[in-house]
Design a protein around this ligand. Sequence first.
Ligand code: NDP
Length: 318
Amino acid sequence: MRTTYQQTLLINFVSREDIDEWRNLFLPNFPDLRIASWDDPSVEPESVHYVLVWEPERGKLAQFPNLRVILSEAAGVDHILNDSTVTANIPITRMVTPETESRMADYVTMACYLLVRQIPLVMQAQKRQSWKNKLTGRLVNETSVGIMGMGRLGTAVAKRLLANGFTVRGWSRTEKNAHGVQCYAENDQLAAFLRESHILVNLLPDTIATRGIINAELLEQLPPNAGLINVGRGHQLDHDALLVGLNNGHLSGAVLDVFPVEPLPPEDPLWTHPRIIITSHVASLISNTAKAKQAIEIIQADRSGLPLPLVFNREYGY
Ligand code: NDP
């Protein structure tokens, strides 16, 4: 006998062939919830109460009259807000799991080691088969890492860096009191934060206030030979300013995971710069199991009339 589902969760990044894996992840908690892929023609738009999405096509979400929650597949929700037809009364939740925090901490710690040991230049020497065994880089316990954005991910990264012997500074919109971290807030403390950040890590969300924030003026305030790690969003970094800083020697290297256009176009000069390491927005990709676990918590909260976890704040833009 065919089950009649009152409610559907639609997922836009899974094909109809692969949807069974997702059904199995949700089934123990929600036997009454239909899990379907975006392109399933048998789904009635009225039954769609939840969607789990990455970069949904413009106008599609507005076709579901009973939509209750838009679950982002990622921590950032800029990929949903790009669609101006999404109405402001539907809550959007961010995807930040313990696995997201752990993987981001792994990535940033790895990137800090790559920069302190000047590995971009070591890799260039390898390409030339050139043996360069001179002393490179500063000691970890002489290195101060400045984290822009002390939210869920910034805080997890700070803890891991402290455990690895780095000195950690954090900058955020509001005052913070994070154990072991020298905290700064707002624009008037930005210069003091930057002045001693040997490595700058960007973990800010994409908002009107943060777009283009890492520009020439900001980079010039970092100490000489500073490194940059961008894991926030591509639009926050002025690439021309980065290239000037790297080429004039003020900056020693950069590890970049996010870009204004993704995939990064093949002709972009960043690909081949000797002091840049590029990864393809992989800093904290997480497993389907972790995504489903958090989606279950969010849907359970909604069904129980409880406050939703990780709701995007439209007033602050993150
Ligand atoms: P949160 O919302 O938890 O934290 C955001 C932090 O940024 C907060 O500390 C906030 O300050 C601060 N902030 C926001 N606006 C400003 C501002 N104008 N000036 C100073 N500080 C500001 O976000 P998450 O930590 O969960 O995620 C951060 C970002 O990381 C995401 O938005 C996403 O862009 C990126 N990301 C990248 C991934 C990748 O794979 N590369 C994966 C996951 C996320 P306050 O604490 O005062 O509110």
